[in-house]
Design a protein around this ligand. Structure first.
Ligand SMILES: NC(=O)C1=CN([C@@H]2O[C@H](COP(=O)(O)OP(=O)(O)OC[C@H]3O[C@@H](n4cnc5c(N)ncnc54)[C@H](OP(=O)(O)O)[C@@H]3O)[C@@H](O)[C@H]2O)C=CC1
Ligand SMILES: O=C1O[C@H](COP(=O)(O)O)[C@@H](O)[C@H](O)[C@H]1O
Length: 500
């Protein structure tokens, strides 16, 4: 037990409902960016909060010439900005970190790894590597027998992107299934680890007031926005092949969509939830070639001024082709062919270099009926339920209230719940929850093979239509709300985007 754990849990009510059993997590790509920014800090937080077994170990696999000592020092420096950092906890935590030097394609590296895994307990392989290395690692783990070690429960976590279209995702699934069973495979989507995303289910199914109105009779439309202010940054090589549709819509946004629209699961068990999500994803109406140009708007940011300084346009970024058609923004109208959702459009938009960072789901209800009640006065604005994923995590219900005074004038007013006000500002990082779930063999927040293939089927349909039709790639200014053409999507149906 360490200095923080009892105090922290009592204060925040996070609760020690589950604790990782003894074992080892082997992180492939320990010297990389994700390990430094997310994985090791999340494991440290779990350690400090008391969620790791006493003899839990971390093995970092990469090819740089590092020693155990150097690796510990490197991560100690990386942890110095962590909110829970203190010398004693960091040293104790890092004493359990070991470095394993090998190339991913060297079978001897796996034979040597086998000896280091022999201290018992569960084994979790975490692939935090370039996606091109996934198959090499999986094959080497399989052929060296490391997927099947007597007396160990073994799981494998795979980072995104999981494939680049339906065919490659299927190929990766079948390679994994050659060596692992589905229940051992954990495909990550970090949005599912966010508290506010999990709260979508809590809000919908823990409150009897929502279910009766959660359908096409009462809901007019839904908007899902994941906007970012940052540009593509140093990830050009990956992004140029990916674009916003694959980078954000295929995973995070369609996950949000499925949580907001799925039927009530029979339990909070992983398969019960994932079964319902898959049903929704399979009911997404494919976007056909003939409609792709007006149902999907793609665009790129151009150069311009943001926060007082010039920022390069996407095509000016180093490594981007001058005639690149990779979209840094995409907006689309999705539809679900089901009794509950027929006729309810779901407008989606995501992009980089927009006016601000914002992830939210907004559910717009139908307006009150047009009757003589409001005759001569403006009709009340439709109600909307806004689930703000980040920042300023919270939920608002936009209602109409009487404006103070002598007449029946209505004004819009939000009923607000803010995490920060109710629970303090410290929400656990998504990777903490996701890692804890992988360590405790709970796949509820991970994507199942059939779910992943349904996600890719929808996106691959759009990509293929783009390849044939070549719709225009519109432009937008940094700091804007996106391309003007995107307004058309809801506007042609008498609606408009929420302000960004
Ligand atoms: N970085 C991020 O913010 C995010 C990353 N991801 C995903 O996480 C994964 C990792 O990303 P990131 O950390 O940025 O990648 P990096 O390029 O920073 O790290 C790659 C890691 O893989 C190792 N590596 C690469 N090739 C070999 C090889 N042949 N043999 C041994 N080691 C090798 C590198 O080791 P060495 O240094 O020794 O060469 C390094 O540790 C990717 O799938 C990415 O899409 C997902 C979301 C966000
Ligand atoms: O997966 C990704 O997500 C980030 C955005 O994540 P967030 O938690 O900051 O909302 C995005 O910047 C990146 O391009 C994408 O690969």
């Amino acid at each position: 037990m360490n200095s923080y754990s009892t105090k922290y849990n009592m204060e925040t009510g996070l609760g020690l409902k589950k604790k990782a059993p003894p074992g080892v997590i082997c992180i492939f790509g320990i010297t990389g960016d994700l390990s430094k920014k997310k994985l090791v800090p999340a494991l440290y937080a779990l350690y400090v909060r008391g969620y790791l077994a006493e003899n839990f170990k971390i093995i970092g696999f990469a090819r740089r010439d590092w020693s155990d000592e150097f690796t510990r020092q490197y991560f100690k420096e990386a942890l110095m900005g962590h909110p829970f950092f203190n010398d004693r906890d960091a040293d104790e935590f890092l004493a359990a970190l070991f470095y394993h030097r090998s190339s991913f394609d060297d079978p001897e590296g796996y034979a040597a790894l086998r000896k280091k895994l022999s201290f018992g307990g569960d084994i979790i392989y975490y692939l935090a590597t370039p996606p091109a290395s996934y198959s090499t690692i999986i094959e080497n783990l399989g052929e060296s027998g490391l997927c099947n070690l007597e007396g160990h429960n073994i799981r494998i976590v795979i980072e995104k992107p999981f494939g680049s279209d339906l065919e490659t995702a299927r190929g990766l699934n079948s390679l994994l299934l050659r060596y692992f069973k589905e229940e051992q495979i954990y495909r990550i989507d970090h949005y599912l680890g966010k508290e506010t995303v999990q709260n979508i289910l809590a809000l919908r199914f823990g409150n009897s007031i929502f279910e009766p109105i959660w359908n096409s009779k009462y809901i007019d439309h839904i908007q899902i926005t994941v906007a970012e202010k940052i540009g593509v940054g140093s990830r050009i090589n990956y992004y140029e092949k990916s674009g916003a549709l694959r980078d954000m819509v295929q995973n995070h946004i369609l996950q949000l969509l499925s949580l907001v629209t799925m039927e009530v699961p029979t339990s909070f068990e992983s398969d019960a939830i994932r079964n319902e999500k898959v049903k929704i994803l399979k009911n997404l109406v494919p976007i056909k070639q003939a409609e792709v140009s007006h149902k999907v708007i793609r665009a790129q940011y151009v150069g311009g001024y943001l926060d007082g300084g010039y920022v390069k346009g996407y095509r000016e970024e180093e490594g981007v082709k001058i005639d690149s058609t990779t979209e840094t923004y995409v907006a689309l109208k999705a539809e679900i062919a089901s009794w509950r959702w027929a006729g309810v459009p779901i407008y989606i938009r995501t992009g980089k270099r927009l006016s601000r960072k914002l992830s939210e789901v907004a559910v717009f209800f139908k307006p009150v009926p047009e009757t003589s009640l409001w005759f001569g006065r403006p009709s009340p604005a439709p109600n909307a339920l806004i689930m703000q994923i980040q920042p300023d995590e919270g939920i608002s219900l936009l209602t109409n209230v009487k404006s103070p005074g002598y007449s029946m004038e209505l004004i819009k007013h939000p009923l607000n719940f803010k995490y920060e006000h109710s629970f303090g500002d410290e929400l656990p990082e998504a990777y903490e929850r996701l890692l804890l779930d992988a360590l405790t063999a709970d796949p509820v927040l991970y994507t199942r093979a059939d779910e992943l293939e349904a996600l890719w089927a929808y996106i691959t349909g759009i990509r293929e239509a783009w390849d044939i039709v070549s719709p225009p790639v519109y432009s937008y200014l940094p700091g804007s709300a996106g391309p003007i053409m995107a307004r058309k999507l809801p506007a042609e149906e008498g609606r408009r985007w929420r302000r960004l």
